[in-house]
Design a protein around this ligand. Sequence first.
Ligand SMILES: Cc1cc2nc3c(=O)[nH]c(=O)nc-3n(C[C@H](O)[C@H](O)[C@H](O)COP(=O)(O)OP(=O)(O)OC[C@H]3O[C@@H](n4cnc5c(N)ncnc54)[C@H](O)[C@@H]3O)c2cc1C
Length: 427
Amino acid sequence: MRVVVVGAGPAGLAAARAAVHQGASVVLVDAEPSVGGQYHRGENIVVPQGVEHLPNTAVWALEGTRLHLRTGPADAPDRVARVLDADALVLATGAHDRALPFPGWDLPGVVTAGAAQAMAKAHGVTIGKRVVVAGTGPFLLPVADVLRRLHVRVAEVLEAGSPLAWAREPAGVFAGRAKVAEIVRYRAVLPRYRTRSAVVAAHGTDRVTAVTVAKLDRDWNVRPGTERRIEVDAVCVGFGFTPRLELAVAAGCSVQDGFVRVDERQATSVPNVYAAGEITGIGGADLARAEGEIAGTCAAGGTPSSRLLGAARRGRTFAAALDRVYHIRPGWRTWPDDRTLVCRCEEVDLGALRTSVEEHAALGLRSLKLTCRVGLGLCQGRVCLRNAAELAGFPYDAERFSRRPIAAPLRLGELADTPLEPEDPEE
Ligand SMILES: Cc1cc2nc3c(=O)[nH]c(=O)nc-3n(C[C@H](O)[C@H](O)[C@H](O)COP(=O)(O)OP(=O)(O)OC[C@H]3O[C@@H](n4cnc5c(N)ncnc54)[C@H](O)[C@@H]3O)c2cc1C
């Protein structure tokens, strides 16, 4: 039996290891050159024994459990095509981080928290000398800490929400007590941690030189008179993560509340397709690992232990509490002004979005895209469409957003030159 695992982060690695353990033949596919995903970036992680690893390989389309792959650098003209059939599939494609637009967020020097972390972890490269870290969620602290360790002056760490909300989540705190205890690791940056605060504008001409920070009310509206200016040469913003659902949606998996719906065995609504990690809920690397192990075990026909099922259950309780505590509040929509770019690829500003709704009567995301080109650029709306929908007052439908038959960028020549069937091993 052949199990194909897509994504070699903590979830995919655990799935591949567990499936081999069950005696399956396992192929692990990842667009990155080495295994580890976001969490283990820059670490020397080895491919589990017995697993066939296809590095630098993007899954650009899925038809049932048939995968269409391209191997080689993303923009290379001579990538190698391959078609692979799986008896069972584990999708562990992770998430990308989310930024919210505010005036000046498109200036050089303003980066996402994930990007700052990735540069620091993979290459020891820092984004600046004097930095403000802002956004929401526990991820801000490790990012600030990694920058500090690389001798960056972290002026402030601004949390838009209020971690006091944990007081209403005793079950979540108990389930995630190991994670909560990790906070002591970040004690060096805690004195600069401010809650209910955000960067609401970045200033500069060629690059960012200063930011305006402000205190927020419960809904994240700016409290008038609280604005302060801080000189910086870089800003790092992170408002949680958006799951990468394209392949799961292409496989026909049901999506619920923005994530792939799975049962206790990590089975999706499609037979023989399993999902694990951030695409089923944002809960950190430990939960991703537990879910991956369950998914790999079940995909290969095994039965996960009750210890493992219990660990995943506790992880999910913690993840649900995390989501409630750090939920993005609607007041952020008052931060951008009409000239603030919402879609950076197509250079569409908030004024253009408003014109589409008010003058061209855009009724939903589809007509919004067609009337002002938001989300039609290189990132295909991965960065901006969720924000555009919220700013325009349209519902966010993760499943429709992620319906992209071509899941990774592909040259037209490659598309024309695509094998339709797997290679015949007899030939
Ligand atoms: C930029 C970024 C940085 C992060 N840094 C940290 C950190 O330092 N510490 C921390 O605790 N948490 C971090 N996180 C959160 C972190 O993602 C998770 O807790 C953990 O890595 C999730 O594991 P995962 O296996 O679900 O996904 P990931 O680790 O994201 O792995 C998913 C893998 O799937 C691959 N993939 C996706 N789509 C395709 C495709 N179509 N074809 C081929 N391969 C594909 C990706 O290349 C990736 O390697 C970060 C998240 C992001 C987005």
